[in-house]
Design a protein around this ligand. Sequence first.
Ligand code: NJP
Length: 247
Amino acid sequence: MLENKVAIVTGASSGIGYATSLALSKAGVRVAVGARRIDKLQELEKQIIKNNGGDIFVQKLDVTTKSDCDSFADAVVRKWGKVDILINNAGLMPLSYFVNRKVEEWERMIDVNIKGVLYCTSAVIPHMLDKKSGHIVNVSSVAGRIIFAGGSVYCATKHAITAFSEGLRKELSPRYNIRVTCVEPGAVSTELLESITDESMAGFIQASKSMETLGSDDIANAVLYAIQAPNHVNVNEILIRPTAQER
Ligand code: NJP
């Protein structure tokens, strides 16, 4: 049922975005992948072509630049005539204690984790409204549900995405047949921890690394579950933790 659907995946150059792009392509979806590291996207392109000869569109995308998001969506529509699915996945998590005043990192999180999601959603909305169908998947976090010390700003950005997803659902699903899913992963083994520069988070990093975490494929499967559901089924929220994770 996903054959020939068109999906945009942001932050597709590593981790969850990379795995989700592969999984979507395997299911027959034409994937348009965006991120800043074009070399990584080209590796993904090679892998998709080698694995299943799937259709893929690669374009550099910085989600903090609204014009980049608009031109990405426009290019996809020019190529394939539509956008069925948007996976708002790009994000970063430079955790820090607030007293350490890592202002530039707060700003980057707000720009990527919140504004990037708004810009990309805004870029695809006109195309989905036109055909009265679509599916927007926002990758939030368990940090969009709970709050922990050292995560005040990250948790704030992810709470914003959880709230935005529910607002969007209320506005778009009943009126325009556009489904909205908020995926909230716990610890997943990816490059995400590498953005942490605050040395006082060493204990958090150690604890995360010593636990049996989820793999990116586990989240890709959750995304597939939501988008494969029949059109009358709106899977709104998926919270998924490693069994070993308490918080
Ligand atoms: O992390 P990572 P994940 N414009 O670092 C991209 C959430 N999450 O897969 O631009 C465009 O491997 C970056 O691409 P590049 C998390 O909050 C995770 O774990 O080339 N893209 C890369 O592809 C995030 O929302 C865990 O550097 C930008 C991607 O983002 C999502 O999962 C737990 C960009 C990050 O890939 C994927 O993260 C959780 C920009 N300006 C939530 N800036 C977890 N891993 O434990 C960054 O609760 N990217």
